[in-house]
Design a binder for this molecule. Structure first.
Ligand SMILES: [Fe+2]
Length: 496
């Protein structure tokens, strides 16, 4: 018997008994404290964040113990400790566990009273790996479909990270950007605006078993895109924020607070990088809140070429440039919106340019491409979300060069609506074909399928594999690998 554990359990039982209302006085052993599973994230060579949330408590303070081990049965304990949580952080728990070894798989769990959380698995940053494996995801709309893609990622052996490029939640009320007929109606039943609203929405998403399984199986490295706040967010506003919805700054603060409460992310600067020894640097950009100015209104808006238009903000841009000079072989960019030129006017005459993407922030886009050329930065791979479609580009920035300066892989949505949910599939397939003659640097587009991207990085090449699910509208679908692309080190050339 572990004496300290026993005392700790008694202390929690007393706390719960004293403070919980009468009907909630079940014994600790009977309570389901861990309804939102466990998660880990922001791994470094010697540390990783582990996360959980304590449900069904109204105690002022809840002591939570945690344990990290190299074995799944916790027979060898590496780290143990106790922390506290409370209503002020929505009873979420985050511990930055340090003193770990690089490139090592660990198991972790939490305990409240006599109740253990599910066991999570994570991995610290490899410093001498021959290859790295990442799953790349974006855009999961709870209402629109099942998170089967997350479930399939969960089944994989431990990854170096799941990279989430944003739209982890959507802010809309039921039916506003989804289909409620499959019974996954958004909670609360209105557009989320307040701290309580955002917390309720995250709590709902995190009851999803596929999402919980993915979090429990791999470390997570995430950035927000717009829908974690509101559609097409920039620093001081959003397309989906109207005056009668209150102060935007207050809404933004509520959204950011909830994000930090619910995701296994280290507190502090949101843009950040992860160094996998000499092999790769993963550079996560914040293209929404750090410095983005209001997007141009359309193709002819002179704002597009305005010197003051900014996606990253001056400080982040300088940081990004210095990160591009990393000595690591591969520079993998966690990027929210499309970077490469895309000539889409002949395909979508009513939507000739996406001013919310890098194409609407031309001065800064060109400056980055010019920097890559001037500094002869090799092996730059952009990973992109946002479009609910799959893309593979040899990155062209035609204002700067006729040659590709990087490669870019756009991952499709986990479940958010894409083009064939609005138009017949054969129309969508024909649309895809119409892109190619106008965009020679575009090697692949798929506007119809949902799933995720696997990126494998090794010294000699990077490999991108597009995985799709065969059924979004029912739980338990299958996946298949649709396409594989390779980039040889020292080139910005994509081959199959
Ligand atoms: Fe999205």
């Amino acid at each position: 018997m572990n004496y300290s554990k026993l005392l700790f359990g008694l202390a929690v039982a007393l706390t719960v008994a004293c403070q919980a209302p009468q009907q909630e006085q079940a014994s600790a052993a009977e309570q389901n404290f861990f309804q939102h599973g466990v998660a880990s994230g922001d791994p470094l060579a010697d540390r990783v964040i582990i996360w959980t949330r304590v449900s069904d408590t109204q105690a002022d303070e809840v002591p939570v113990s945690y344990e990290v081990s190299t074995s799944e049965d916790f027979s060898t304990s590496v780290k143990k400790g106790t922390t506290q949580t409370h209503a002020g952080r929505d009873y979420t728990v985050k511990v930055d566990v340090d003193g770990l070894e690089a490139g090592q798989t660990y198991f972790y769990r939490f305990q409240v009273g006599q109740t253990f959380s599910p066991t999570g698995r994570t991995k610290t940053l490899s410093q001498q790996a021959d290859s790295l494996q990442f799953a790349v995801v974006s855009c999961s709309n709870y209402e629109w479909g099942y998170f089967t893609a997350y479930g399939k990622i969960a089944e994989r052996p431990v990854l170096d990270a799941v990279i989430h490029l944003g739209d982890y939640i959507y802010e809309y009320g039921p039916g506003a950007y989804g289909d409620t007929t499959i019974g996954r109606k958004h909670e609360p039943a209105h557009e989320i605006l307040t701290l309580e609203d955002y917390r309720t929405r995250y709590a709902q998403y995190r009851t999803d078993k596929d999402l919980q399984a993915m979090h429990g199986a791999h470390p997570f490295i995430a950035i927000w895109d717009d829908h974690e706040i509101a559609n097409n967010t920039y620093q001081t506003g959003a397309q989906n924020h109207q005056e009668d919805e209150g102060d935007f700054e207050a809404r933004k603060q509520a959204a950011v607070q909830t994000y930090y409460e619910w995701l296994p992310i280290r507190e502090g600067a949101h843009y950040r990088s992860f160094q996998y020894g000499d092999l790769a640097s993963l550079i996560m950009l914040d293209e929404r809140l750090a410095g983005r100015t209001e997007p141009a209104k359309g193709k002819d808006d002179p704002k597009i070429d305005d010197q003051n238009q900014s996606m990253l903000g001056a400080e982040q841009l300088e940081w990004f440039k210095s990160e591009l000079n990393s000595s690591a072989s591969w520079k993998v960019i966690g990027n929210q919106v499309m970077y490469s030129d895309l000539y889409q006017e002949p395909v979508w005459p009513n939507f000739p340019i996406n001013t919310d993407s890098w194409s609407g922030y031309r001065v800064e886009k060109n400056a980055i491409a010019q920097y890559i050329l001037d500094q002869e930065v090799e092996n730059v791979v952009f990973l992109t979300g946002d479009t609910h479609a799959s893309w593979a580009f040899e990155v062209l920035v035609s204002d700067v060069s006729d040659e590709a300066v990087a490669t870019e892989f756009g991952t499709t949505s986990v479940s958010s609506a894409n083009h064939d949910e609005r138009k017949p599939l054969d129309t969508v397939r024909a649309t895809e074909q119409r892109f190619y003659p106008h965009n020679e640097h575009l090697k692949y587009v798929n506007l119809a399928d949902h799933g995720y991207l696997m990126l494998t990085v090794a010294a000699e090449e990077a490999r991108a594999e597009f995985y799709y699910v065969n059924d979004l509208r029912n739980p338990g679908g299958d996946e298949y690998r649709a396409k594989t692309f390779r980039v040889k080190a020292g080139t910005s050339t994509i081959s199959e």
